[in-house]
Every structure is written in structure tokens, then in C-alpha cells.
Design a binder for this molecule. Structure first.
Ligand code: AP5
Length: 217
């Protein structure tokens, strides 16, 4: 199964994807996480992506498509794949179709997570992540037991450099301009498509998300 999680920054795609990937033993492909890892490792891709990410702009399509192609190369056909934060442009969606076609796969389901901007701004402003183990917290909704420390590994938590007000505003604009056209792209293509109200608790959102996936499997 190939599943796409679509939606604005901070709507909760990553939170939902991690949970479903664990349950389905699926491969979770987050292009944001892959780019951040490339930056940490100081690779050429990481260096090229940095200025776009810090400004809240999209990294150029050809870099993203190469990244996804490489990442998918080792994934056997029967293993479910969850794309989180990819594709983000029509060119990326077309590129993904080509990559999948080469291995006899296709997109089985697109799930759009929706929430008002106020909810998103609050979630992003409160997000803290662990640079060691990747755990994600929120100072408003899911704080760590000890302030500023990861519950899992004890490392100091960090705020993402793009989770600051001016960059959040730009990321929302970029989503509207360049990513939201994917809604009609997939609807017109006749791909199974579900909308989920994400301005609810994590468990409630996950319940609806899982139901949609079960219907499409
Ligand atoms: P990326 O890392 O993909 O960021 P994003 O799409 O902006 O999404 P986020 O990770 O910010 O949010 P999310 O929806 O996963 O929310 P989360 O679950 O963490 O991309 C970053 C940058 O990389 C881009 O700006 C771009 O430059 C580049 N990039 C990446 N992919 C690209 C691509 N394909 N093409 C071009 N450029 C690309 O939740 C957010 C917070 O809310 C957390 O604190 C969480 O704990 C909390 N939360 C989640 N759900 C709930 C809930 N139901 N109730 C309360 N709190 C909740």
C-alpha cells in the first residue's frame, strides 16, 4: 500500500504517520526528516537545502525527487509506504507516479489533514523535538515530564529553526500556493481521497485515520 499524508505544516502529519507506521510495520518517508538528517550529516544535499528550509520555502523538486527515489530503491514491493510531507508540488506528484510505476505500484490513498491556521500556529510554536531520538513534544499539548528534557533518552529538547512566527507564516503561504493544488490533482486523478478534521485530540484523529486506511487496504 502507498499512502500520502497531505496537509499544512504542523497539522499533525508526522505524529499520525509515526503511529500508523509502527502499527502497520510500514516505511515512513518524511522528506522533512530526511532533509534535516542530511543537514546534520553535512551532506551536499543538506547544504543545498538549508537556505530554503530556514526561509520556509520548498527545496527544489529535482533534489526532492532524487532523495525519494534513492530512499525507495531498497523498499520491497509488499511493504506499505507512508509519505509524509511529500509530494508538495504537482511536479513532485507526477515524479512520484513515475517512480512508483517503475516498480508496478501506485498511490492507493491520499489523506488530507485539515485544521484552522490558529491551531496550526499554536502547535508549531509549542513543538519541541529531541535531536537524539526524534521524539516530538508540545509545550501546550504534550509536554515532557521534565521541562526541556526528552522522556525517552534525557537529551535536551530543541525548537526547530523554522518554527518561528515569520517562517510559520511563510510556510502556510507556500502550502496554499504550491501544495494545496494537489487536492484537485488527486481528486481529478480518481485516487481514493479522505479528509480528516485534525483539530481534535491525537487519538480521535488517529481513529478516523486508521478507519480510512483500513477501508482502502
Ligand atoms: P517538514 O518537516 O515536512 O515540515 P511541515 O510539512 O511543515 O510539517 P511539520 O513537520 O512542521 O508538521 P506535521 O504536520 O508533521 O506536524 P507534527 O506531527 O510534527 O518540512 C520542513 C521543510 O523542509 C519545508 O518547509 C521545506 O523547506 C522542506 N521540505 C520538506 N519536504 C519537502 C518537499 N517534499 N518538497 C520541498 N521541500 C520540502 O505536529 C506539530 C506539533 O503539534 C507537535 O508538537 C505535535 O506534538 C503537536 N500535535 C500533533 N497533533 C496534535 C493534536 N492532534 N493535538 C495537539 N497537538 C498535536
Amino acid at each position: 500500500m502507498v499512502l500520502i499524508l497531505l496537509g499544512p505544516p504542523g497539522v499533525g502529519k508526522g505524529t499520525q504517520a509515526v503511529r500508523l507506521a509502527e502499527e502497520l510495520r510500514a516505511v515512513h518517508v518524511s522528506t522533512g526528516d530526511l532533509l534535516r538528517a542530511a543537514r546534520r550529516d553535512g551532506t551536499e544535499l543538506g547544504r543545498r537545502a538549508q537556505k530554503y528550509m530556514d526561509a520556509g520555502e520548498l527545496v527544489p523538486d529535482h533534489l526532492i525527487l532524487d532523495l525519494v527515489r534513492d530512499h525507495l530503491a531498497g523498499v520491497p514491493n509488499g511493504v506499505p509506504v507512508l509519505f509524509d510531507g511529500f509530494p508538495r508540488t504537482t511536479a513532485q506528484a507526477e515524479g512520484l507516479d513515475q517512480v512508483l510505476e517503475q516498480s508496478g505500484r501506485r498511490v492507493d490513498l491520499v489523506v488530507l489533514f485539515e485544521a484552522p491556521d490558529e491551531t496550526i500556529v499554536k502547535r508549531l510554536g509549542g513543538r519541541r523535538s529531541c535531536p537524539q531520538c526524534g521524539a516530538v513534544y508540545n509545550v501546550h499539548f504534550s509536554p515532557p515530564t521534565v521541562e526541556g528534557r526528552c522522556d525517552r533518552c534525557g537529551s535536551p529538547l530543541q525548537q526547530r529553526p523554522d518554527d518561528v512566527p515569520a517562517t510559520i507564516t511563510r510556510r502556510l503561504e507556500v502550502y496554499r500556493e504550491q501544495t494545496s493544488p494537489l487536492v484537485s490533482f488527486y481528486e481529478d486523478a480518481g485516487v481514493a481521497f479522505e479528509r480528516i478534521r485534525a483539530d481534535r485530540g491525537v487519538d480521535e484523529v488517529y481513529g478516523d485515520f486508521k478507519k480510512s486506511v483500513e477501508v482502502a487496504r
